[in-house]
Design a protein around this ligand. Structure first.
Ligand code: GLN
Length: 488
């Protein structure tokens, strides 16, 4: 049996019945990594020995009768912007090429507590800036569906790892689409939770008011299981929400009769590949068949989301990335005469082109004289975008859109930064509003996965999982697995 192709809940059944051990499972997934990783290149660091040791410890606990949760013994991967004590955490940047954090991100602490087994740290666009992993300071990751295509980004390594069977689940981070877009391109489930629902403590910051950690999984049930573990209030993160977090599996009921689903017209038509749009329309029909009430609606400020994001995110990044100066972390330029030239040479050598572009944009937008015209204006527009969603959720339980305007594209085909930025038109508004959104696969176009996005109001992840689950239970289009070229 190919254990690497099973879900968390399927594996958990086998582990509980002691039909397999966590060590066997971990070994099999590590073998899978060995088999396909030279093609996919999902990982920056693989923690083989640590993983096997952790798996053996879980097995021992099970033998000793310790009660274990559903993630115990399940091998997983983390995007390389989440701090892992004693394990290199690079953000796929040369400036952090040798950074070994002295502490764990809160999400990793929670996963460790739940008994998950860390296989390694996954590749990403440098500091999470990008939509393809081509901006990684080390190498690009490839899409398991088509090795000539990008896996999406910035969490491309995590998405590709799950799709290729190199991890049972993974975590990514989403600032403008970086979980949902790669999930869509790789044909897996990706959830961007409500801002504040998952602690950002130990997540290396890109744009702090937008960043949010979330899961990549193979099905909706697994997504609910991971959410149960990673959500919750964290005193170490002052933006963490002290809310009631439900048992997300309680929403997996396969009944959506009478649920109201809005179709925002701004997310269809111009700029969206017609074949992708057709697939999304099939999903809409399916929801109607299942008893949902589907209606068109409008989010009139959608067109301003992209320019708003590209002021706010760079502004926050210019501030967050000021700390990389060669003094405290990572790389230090050796060829400098004084401290100031050491700062600037370190930054010049350590940061890639896209990161520099954003630091410059953001510093400009925040500078005196331009602050009101750009940054402050963007904050006001952000509010209007949020109000659009608030109004829509007075009427609808959820909104449905494509996750991305097209399927995965070829390497090098979006070398113009604006063409690359456009990949996130459907995902960025959600981050600006701080609300949750789930991307799930819905069939193929040109043999590459299409992503469908369900958007909910703050803390309504359960509603999204419920609708996603109903689709998954009633359609063949949602569980798709790539056939890797040249791999049996
Ligand atoms: N692609 C977007 C960007 O480059 C979003 C990235 C993200 O969500 N981290 O900013």
């Amino acid at each position: 049996m190919e254990l690497f192709s099973l879900t968390i809940h399927e594996l958990q059944g086998l582990l509980v019945k002691k039909e397999i051990s966590a060590e066997e499972l971990t070994k099999q997934v590590l073998e899978r990594i060995e088999q396909v990783e030279d093609k996919i290149k999902a990982f920056v660091t693989i923690t083989k020995e640590e993983a096997l040791k952790a798996a053996r410890e879980i097995d021992q606990k099970r033998i000793n009768g310790v009660s274990l949760g559903p993630l115990a013994g399940i091998p997983m991967a983390l995007k390389d912007n989440m701090c892992t004590e004693g394990i290199k955490t690079t953000c796929s940047s040369k400036i952090l090429y040798n950074f070994i954090p002295p502490y764990n991100a809160s999400v990793y602490e929670k996963l460790l507590g739940a008994g998950s087994v860390l296989l390694g740290k996954t590749n990403m666009d440098e500091f999470a800036m990008g939509s393809s992993t081509e901006n990684s300071g080390f190498f690009a990751t490839r899409n398991p569906w088509d090795l000539n295509c990008v896996p999406g980004g910035s969490s491309g390594g995590s998405a590709a790892a799950v799709a290729a069977g190199e991890a049972i689940f993974a975590l990514g981070s989403d600032t403008g689409g970086s979980i949902r877009q790669p999930a869509a391109y790789c044909g897996v489930i990706g959830l961007k939770p409500t801002y504040g629902a998952v602690s950002r403590y130990g997540l290396i910051a890109y744009a702090s008011s937008l960043d949010q950690i979330g899961p990549f999984t193979k099905d909706v049930t697994d997504c609910a299981l991971v959410m149960n573990t990673i959500t919750g209030h964290d005193p170490f993160d002052s933006t963490s929400a002290n809310a009631d977090y439900p048992d997300y599996t309680s929403f997996l009921v396969n009944d959506i009769k009478g649920m109201r689903v809005g179709i925002p017209q701004e997310y269809f038509g111009e700029g969206i590949d017609p074949e992708v749009e057709n697939k999304i329309k099939e999903a809409i029909k399916k929801l109607e068949e299942l008893g949902a009430i589907v209606e068109e609606c409008s989010l009139p400020h959608t067109q301003y989301a992209m320019p708003t994001y590209y002021l706010i995110a760079p502004a926050e990044c210019s501030s967050n990335l000021a700390r990389y100066d060669g003094v405290r972390y990572g790389l230090r330029a050796e060829d400098a005469d004084d401290v100031l030239s050491m700062f600037s040479r370190t930054r010049n050598q350590g940061f890639g082109v896209e990161v520099k572009r954003r630091i410059m944009l953001g510093t400009y937008a925040l500078s005196s004289g331009y602050y009101d015209a750009y940054y402050l204006k963007a904050l006001k527009v952000r509010n209007l975008i949020k109000q659009d969603f608030d109004q829509a959720f007075e009427k609808f339980h959820c909104l449905l859109t494509p996750t991305t305007p097209s399927v995965a594209f070829e390497f090098g085909s979006k070398s113009d930064p604006l063409a690359m930025y456009k990949q996130d038109v459907c995902t960025i508004p959600v981050n600006l509003a701080g609300i949750p959104a789930l991307s799930l696969p819905y069939g193929l176009v040109n043999n590459k996965p299409v992503g469908l996005q369900l958007i909910g109001k703050a803390f309504a992840e359960g509603t999204l999982l419920r609708i996603g689950y109903a689709l998954e239970q009633n359609s063949q289009e949602t569980r798709i697995t790539p056939i890797l070229e040249g791999v049996k």
